[in-house]
Design a protein around this ligand. Structure first.
Ligand SMILES: NC(=O)c1ccc[n+]([C@@H]2O[C@H](COP(=O)([O-])OP(=O)(O)OC[C@H]3O[C@@H](n4cnc5c(N)ncnc54)[C@H](OP(=O)(O)O)[C@@H]3O)[C@@H](O)[C@H]2O)c1
Length: 395
């Protein structure tokens, strides 16, 4: 029996994981955590009976307790809240696998603490590796913890790399759908709305990653994630636009052979692989249907229209705390865009200006990363305020 805690159980990845676990034998849900979705968390508690749960605030915890009592749930779980609650789940002695499916920097400390405990971390929350890839991978190596990527591209690369001598790998090729604005002319990008950005052509995901897919920052974050997961230099990691999202990623070997992993656009395949690795289990899900005249296209990304990719490569090359700064500025800018406070194209402007003002340092401990993150958030808010002020008609 593998015992699992899911951080972010009410989100897109979290609900996919639980729907998979309804059908997959040999797993027991020990812990669940969410930010504010009390009703969905209460449904999940009633269905999976975890012994430990966490929610973002004390008020949320009180609401959850009242809701469970209202429903007549007999054995109430241990209800925690805040960052400490997430860490309690990530480090619980009876948890073997921590599925980190929170979004953004909130996953950083729980992931690190789980690695300190030598656990398997099934990692969807890519921002944690972007922020502190070196510290995370060093900690995992020191404790024998495993980081199994859930992100479909890295999950695909992990599968392609099985049995391959790392010296024989010429490059990693991350595929990208290209997002909803793949073919939109640059002039029209200036006017796109959050509602349009949230219409992803192939994947159904949470709002932050969907906007990241529209700016292509998602692929930039994935380049950094791939660098840390697989120890490959930035210049050996390429991006290919592949609108059908059937090839989840590829590796090219020194002899020119290319190995690819293909599958339907459903995150449950990647989640299952990360949970059962190194075993393979028969999938309860539909298989890829080649009778549907599968048509696959690939072409290079347009870095002029989508500058976030360039910024991510730059952050990786400059190293130290710069990727954490890129990530924090992006989180703040995306939130402002989603709240209609910032135009789409200004997301990249904000990130570039915040990076310009940062002198990266080598983080020695996780607190150094948190400090850079806090600085970048404050700076991004200032940059946004200045941009909005400059745009306003009265100014
Ligand atoms: N969705 C995908 O297909 C996909 C694919 C590849 C990678 N990823 C990565 O996976 C991560 C999750 O993405 P998603 O699309 O599943 O996001 P999402 O739908 O927005 O879900 C985020 C989850 O995190 C929870 N959460 C947020 N802040 C929290 C906090 N402070 N404390 C506790 N829980 C908190 C949310 O709770 P509430 O529901 O209560 O707000 C929700 O359960 C992201 O890093 C994303 O880049 C996602």
């Amino acid at each position: 029996m593998r015992r699992i805690a899911i951080l972010g159980s009410t989100g897109s990845i979290g609900t996919s994981a639980l729907s998979l676990l309804e059908q997959l034998e040999g797993f027991r849900v020990i812990g669940l955590a969410a930010q504010r979705n009390v009703m969905r968390l209460a449904d999940q508690i009633a269905r999976f009976s975890p012994r430990l749960v966490s929610i973002a605030t004390a008020e949320g915890a009180a609401q959850l307790r009242a809701e469970l009592q209202r429903r007549g749930v007999r054995a109430l779980p241990d209800i925690r809240h805040g960052p400490e609650g997430l860490i309690a789940l990530a480090t619980a002695p009876d948890v073997d696998i921590v599925l980190v499916a929170t979004v953004g920097a909130v996953g950083l400390l729980p992931t690190y603490r789980a690695l300190e405990q030598g656990k398997r971390v099934a990692l969807a929350n890519k921002e944690t590796l972007v922020m502190a890839g070196q510290l995370m991978t060093e900690k995992a190596a020191a404790t024998g913890a495993e980081i199994l990527p859930v992100d479909s591209e890295h999950n695909a690369l992990h599968q392609c790399l099985q049995g391959v001598n790392r010296r024989d790998v010429a490059r990693l090729i991350l595929t990208a759908s290209g997002g909803p604005f793949r073919t939109l002319p640059a002039a029209e990008l200036a006017r796109v709305t959050p509602e349009q950005a949230l219409q992803h052509p192939t994947w159904r995901m949470g709002p932050k990653i969907t906007v990241d897919s529209a700016t292509l920052m998602n692929k930039g974050l994935e380049v950094i994630e791939a660098h840390w997961l697989f120890g490959v230099a930035p210049e050996q990691i390429d991006i290919l636009i592949h609108p059908q999202s059937v090839v989840h990623s590829m590796i090219e070997l020194v002899d020119g052979s290319i190995l690819a992993q293909l599958g339907p656009t459903d995150m449950r395949y990647a989640i299952q692989y990360a949970l059962t690795y190194p075993d393979r289990r028969p999938t309860p899900l539909p298989r890829l249907d080649f009778s549907l005249a599968l048509h696959l296209e690939f072409h290079p990304p347009d870095l002029e229209r989508f500058p976030c990719v360039r910024l991510a490569y730059e952050a990786l090359r400059r190293g130290g705390t710069m990727p954490a700064v890129l990530n924090a500025a992006n989180e703040v800018a995306v939130a402002a865009f989603l709240e209609h406070r910032l135009p789409f194209l200004a997301i990249a402007t904000v990130i570039e200006r915040v990076m310009r003002d940062h002198e990266p340092e080598e983080p020695r401990q996780i607190e150094d990363v948190l400090r850079a993150d806090a600085w970048a958030r404050a700076r991004a808010h200032q940059v946004i305020a200045a941009l909005v002020c400059a745009e306003s008609p009265e100014s």
